[in-house]
Design a protein around this ligand. Sequence first.
Ligand SMILES: N[C@@H](CCC[C@H](N)C(=O)O)C(=O)O
Length: 300
Amino acid sequence: MSTAQIPFLKGHGTENDFVIIPDHEGRIELSPAAVARLCDRRAGIGADGVLHVVRSAAHPEAHAMAAEAEWFMDYRNADGSIAEMCGNGLRVFAHYLERAGLAEPGDMTIATRAGIRRAHVAKPGPDGEPGDITTGMGRALLPEGEVTVTVDGRTRPARNVNMGNPHAVTFVDDLADAGDLRTAPGVSPASAYPDGTNVEFVVDRGPRHVALRVHERGSGETRSCGTGACAVMVATARRDGADPAVLGHPVTYTVDVPGGRLVISESPDGAIEMTGPAVIIAEGTFDASRMGVSWTDAAA
Ligand SMILES: N[C@@H](CCC[C@H](N)C(=O)O)C(=O)O
């Protein structure tokens, strides 16, 4: 890159917002401090995380997936930490690839740290608004063992659900029971989550319809968490005796998040699909040195 200006876009999925940094050949160095600065809502652009768009072949964590997925979603949390997966980010990433002409409209594959994920981008509506995006979210793992979540001195049982990244899902009577979520809820035992966890608080809204609040590992309370919504769907279906593997047919839940609505289905073979919106709201450039971002050579 010949100037100190780096192109970026800003987007969100159900108001879980991201700075998108196209860096096709992987020349940009995103240190944790630089990511935290970019995500800072006062001194930076402001976001829950960064979607670093790199050709799989050009990234050491993704080159083994290059034959199956041309693009790697190198996702970072707002505090600069690295996470395995981001469900809302995946939809925004797919929308970006299609909008930028980097993927054919319709179906595409994307490499993530949790493996290859599929996305289907629906055609725009008559109003020109982007169509909803359906993503294959893989299968949930349900590690054995009791876990609990504590907020405001009250401890509740929780379900440990892994969607490529870790989640603790707990049911409450009222979403206000989650407290102010300015700090991470207590989760026990710590050994169940050696790398920390996302925590979801869930209330019932109706038949196969729930709502959540979430405290994300590395980002704090956000307006939505896609992997969290999938974890909630699975935990709720098990609680409701609606395990698709037992019923022999897919089970679908609507999951309301503070920033919108997601629809999540699980098939009898355990495959989970999530459908929701993705929007890109702005694009521009940022000053690399002010954000602490460096690069090795001419960038994409
Ligand atoms: N908001 C994301 C999840 C992002 C990663 C998470 N904070 C973690 O550290 O695991 C989503 O939509 O899934």
